[in-house]
Design a protein around this ligand. Structure first.
Ligand code: M6R
Length: 604
């Protein structure tokens, strides 16, 4: 999704901005641009990669020490140079970069055109520059900017370059200011600027920032000063380094040995066999009667996994955040809301949280990115501790979500005495074996690569599983779709016979997640149904009494280590991540930045 970078200081702005854009590439984009101020605004824009922008940037003055930059992920208007940010007012005295969507841009544009403004793009963003220009006719700069922001509806993070000053605004879309002496680094994501500083101010909704005369002021929309806390966030070099791996996605798949451990390390009282969540006040949440999990994409799949756990003892619902926020669901002081989001910025999740949180008993966030909007807006947050995920496709954060949700379930089950010490201890003992078991699945990479070679020509795939393995089927299909562009569908294996089985012929293959658990025999029946119709089968299974039968029914088999039923999804997804990865690589695709996708989805 779109990325913003800006700089105000004493060094040459162009290399700092290009470097930040390079880091923001992981979010996904299709064009980029950069503007600096050096007595007047000068700029370059391009469709395509930051490396193209770098080639053009020689046209810009080295002496400019203030500027703005942007990677655009098209929403309003096609991918063209004229639609690429920065956008300008009529006289090119104001340059703006914007993330989000201005929902009332059409009426604003009509009004501004009526006042003689000439537009150069088809974007919603350009209205911001003209609106600021229009306001400057009647108001001093600070008031003009605030008055412009007040007229905008929708979601936005904005940086405007006007003379040798920067004007910032935020509503629902993240914007952070990094501070180092009298230098200011602004970005939509701390990772873009964290090599320069570890001191950050996060702009909150309806706040503006003004940087002028080497000074930063934060104000609310009434023009009053706002005191902001400076947060310290440390960066580790390896976060944006691929190390020995050819892609970030592969590195992140392999990191799961450590991230799985990080998900429970320091969070479990092994003696008492109970997880400890420092931020959660159990006395506050214990009156809940219903748990509502909401999320999007992979995070939703993790939520669905958790539903199978919570359903055992509690009334649990799992919702797509994009549906939930418009659902007008009856929420009461007996509801515990749980927002799940790797980035902590997904707008659908954030807006659903905002809509319901006051009505609910409490809101929790299961989030990876520290200090993200969702982490800051929930009553209590549980971090994944998975480290920055750069690959657009969620991999390590997904398995961390599964385990974090598992720990939260067992925490509640222990607190309410639904699970005794001995049972909990058996789970915790097995938990400690998971990193090693993930490691042994990863050792099968070459075998899985071979399998990818065999199936790379197929244009359709079905992923099938039941109970805890149904979310694994959904997540396996999502991986294949998003990075290798293969049409893949996931179903609960029991649903096949109700229609989708009509699809099956020898041009389809089905991936069955069929480990030895409480439902193996039922899934084997579903495999028979596919086999009877000449469908090809890949089975992901464990050693056990039905292995022979599973092998007989399958064209190919991947054997993963056995574990408790509740942990099978953690191991089961790893070969599917590798399978999708190798299919995509064999097709020569850019797995870290798949087409049309964004890492952080900050538009509806
Ligand atoms: O940051 P979030 O977890 O809120 O993101 C939700 C989805 O956008 C995300 O999981 C998406 O589906 C990924 N591309 C999955 O690989």
């Amino acid at each position: 999704m779109c990325g913003i970078a800006a700089y105000y200081g004493k060094r040459s702005a162009v290399p700092i901005l290009l470097d930040a854009l390079k880091v923001l590439e992981y979010r996904g984009y299709d064009s980029c641009g950069l503007a600096v101020y050096d007595g007047k605004i000068r700029y370059v824009k391009t469709v395509g990669k930051v490396s193209e922008l770098l080639k053009k940037s020689g046209e810009l003055p080295d002496s400019a020490s203030i500027g703005i930059a942007h990677t655009r992920w098209a929403t309003h208007g096609r991918v063209t140079v004229s639609n690429t940010h920065p956008h300008f007012d009529c006289k090119k005295r104001i340059g703006i970069v914007h993330n989000g969507i201005i929902e009332n841009y059409q009426s604003l544009k009509k009004f501004l055109e009526g006042r003689g403004h000439k537009f150069r793009s088809r974007t919603d963003s350009e209205v911001i520059a003209h609106l600021f220009e229009e306001m400057l006719r009647n108001y001093p700069e600070e008031e003009a900017f605030i008055n412009s922001v007040k007229l905008l509806e929708g979601a936005f993070a904005i940086v405007a370059l006007y003379g040798d000053k920067l004007f910032l605004a935020r509503k629902s879309s993240p914007l952070v200011i990094g501070i180092k002496d009298s230098e200011f680094f602004i970005a939509s994501d701390t990772v873009a600027i964290s090599r320069h500083t570890d001191k950050f101010i996060f702009l909150d909704d309806n706040e503006v920032g003004i940087i002028r005369d080497r000074n930063l002021e934060i104000k609310n929309l009434d023009g009053f000063d706002v005191n902001k806390e400076i947060k310290r966030i440390k960066r580790t070099e390896e976060e944006i380094d691929r190390g020995r791996f050819e892609t970030f996605m592969l590195k992140e798949i392999f990191e799961q040995v450590e991230t799985v451990e990080n998900a429970y390390k320091g969070r479990v009282d092994f003696k008492a066999a109970v997880p400890v969540f420092g931020g959660i006040d159990f006395d506050k949440i214990k009156k809940f009667r219903r748990i509502i999990l909401f999320a999007c994409g992979s995070s939703y799949n993790a939520g669905l996994y958790a539903k199978y756990l919570f359903d055992r003892f509690f009334d649990c619902h799992v919702e797509y955040a994009s549906e939930f926020k418009y659902a007008d669901k009856k929420i009461s002081k007996r509801d515990l809301l749980v927002a799940i989001s790797q980035s902590g910025e997904t707008i659908d999740v954030l807006e659903a949280l905002r809509k319901y949180k006051e009505k609910a008993l409490a809101s929790l966030g299961i989030v990876n990115v520290v200090s993200s909007s969702i982490a800051r807006e929930v009553d209590a947050g549980i971090y994944l501790h998975a480290g920055r995920e750069i690959g657009v496709a969620a991999t390590k954060t997904y398995t961390s979500q599964l385990l974090t949700l598992f720990l939260f379930w067992i925490y509640l089950a222990r607190k309410f005495n639904y699970i005794d010490f001995a049972t909990a201890k058996r789970y915790i003992d097995e938990l400690k074996k998971l990193p090693g078991k993930v490691g042994s699945v990863l050792k099968r990479e070459m075998e899985i690569k071979k399998l990818a070679r065999k199936y790379v020509k197929f244009g359709n795939a079905l992923f099938l599983g039941r109970k805890f393995n149904y979310p694994t089927a959904l997540e396996g299909a999502l991986k294949l779709k998003e990075i290798s562009y293969v049409h893949a569908e996931a179903l609960s294996a029991g649903e096949m016979k109700h229609g989708p089985i009509a699809l099956v012929d020898d041009r389809f293959y089905s991936v069955f997640i069929v480990p030895h658990d409480s439902i193996t025999d039922k899934v084997i029946n579903n495999m028979e149904e596919i086999k009877a119709r000449s469908g090809k089968i890949i089975a992901v299974t464990t050693k056990g009494r039905s292995l022979k039968q599973i092998k007989r029914l399958s064209d190919d088999v991947i054997v993963i280590p056995g574990t408790k039923e509740e942990f099978l999804p953690v191991l089961g997804i790893v070969p599917l991540q590798l399978f999708a990865y190798h299919i995509a690589r064999l097709k020569g695709l850019d797995v870290d930045k798949p087409r049309n996708l964004a890492k952080t989805v900050t538009v509806e």
